[in-house]
Design a protein around this ligand. Structure first.
Ligand code: PLP
Length: 289
């Protein structure tokens, strides 16, 4: 899929990316006033599609964007993008902004049409539950300085972008974040889990973190399997630093094992046995969602 031949969806039509144009008055451009999703597709099979679309709808409801599209409408767009862009491994990006007005005014205009954009991009092979093959992640940590509505998957991502850049500048893959009470929230583009004494622990859902679909599916899969104990509770950064294992999760990464935090080894500095078990279960069951 050469990028300039990429076929994208914009406001009801499919077209080459080079022909996709939006107004500079679009509120997505001026205010970051929009909601987005990224859904992974492996060889034409979408993972967690209904869950992703529900989260996008929740986001639109939260910010008052009205759009008449059903899950099936979105699925048709996804299938069409997959057919037109090859059946490899694709991330499907969906974006709804409030639309373009004739003036720049903060209040939501009543009578504009939302801008709907979707495109597909190549993603790596699905993570294989093999300690010797999996990519080992290094992360930095810093205080979470984003806004207080992190449960909304908003296109206003500057806070996340700046935190990601901190890690990038430090030569690591991600930046994990903690609030003013020294409690773990999430990472700039992932949710975070720790393992201590074989218990898998992640922060509870609230306004400090995105309700990740990978997080949701992983918790569900682990609870149904029952081998590992699972907890959703507040985690202090002291616990994170003393964890046996540290994972970051997202739709494009599955469960990514972290071996180094702020230049120090996590646990014994190697990919852990609990990761191996969790990723095995996740790989076996993720297509059921
Ligand atoms: C801030 C943030 N947290 C968590 C996630 C993980 O969410 P999901 O598992 O739905 O991809 C993402 C994904 O992009 C994210 O941007």
């Amino acid at each position: 899929m050469a990028d300039n031949h990429n076929i994208v969806f914009l406001n009801g039509q499919f077209m080459p990316i080079s022909e996709a144009k939006i107004s500079p008055m679009d509120r997505g451009f001026l205010f970051g006033d929009g909601i987005y999703e990224v859904v992974p597709s492996y060889k034409g099979k979408l993972v967690g599609f209904g869950l992703h679309i529900q989260r996008m709808q929740d986001g639109m409801n939260a910010i008052g964007i009205k759009l008449n599209k059903s899950v099936d409408d979105w699925r048709d767009i996804a299938q069409s993008l997959i057919e037109q862009n090859g059946k490899g491994n694709l991330g499907l990006y969906f974006h709804v902004s409030r639309g373009a007005d004739i003036k720049r005014f903060h209040a939501y205009p009543d009578d504009i049409e939302a801008t709907v954009f979707a495109y597909a991009f190549e993603i790596p092979e699905a993570t294989v539950a093999d300690k010797t093959l999996v990519k080992q992640f290094k992360v930095a940590s810093t205080q979470d300085l984003r806004w207080k509505r992190c449960q909304i998957k908003s296109t206003s991502l500057l806070g996340n972008v700046m935190h990601f850049q901190q890690g990038h500048d430090a030569g690591v893959h991600e930046t994990i974040l903690y609030n003013q009470h020294n409690e773990l929230t999430e990472a700039s583009a992932c949710n975070v889990f720790i393992v201590k004494n074989e218990v898998v622990i992640t922060p509870p859902l609230d306004n400090q973190l995105l309700p990740g679909i990978t997080r949701h599916m992983l918790l569900d899969i682990l609870r149904k399997d029952g081998t590992l104990q699972v907890e959703e509770r507040v985690i202090s950064m002291n616990e994170v630093r003393a964890a046996d294992e540290l994972w970051i999760t997202s739709s494009s990464k599955d469960i990514a094992p972290v071996v180094e935090l702020d230049g120090k080894p996590v646990g014994n500095g190697k990919v852990g046995d609990i990761w191996q078990l969790a990723q095995t279960l996740y790989s076996a069951n993720k297509h059921n969602y």
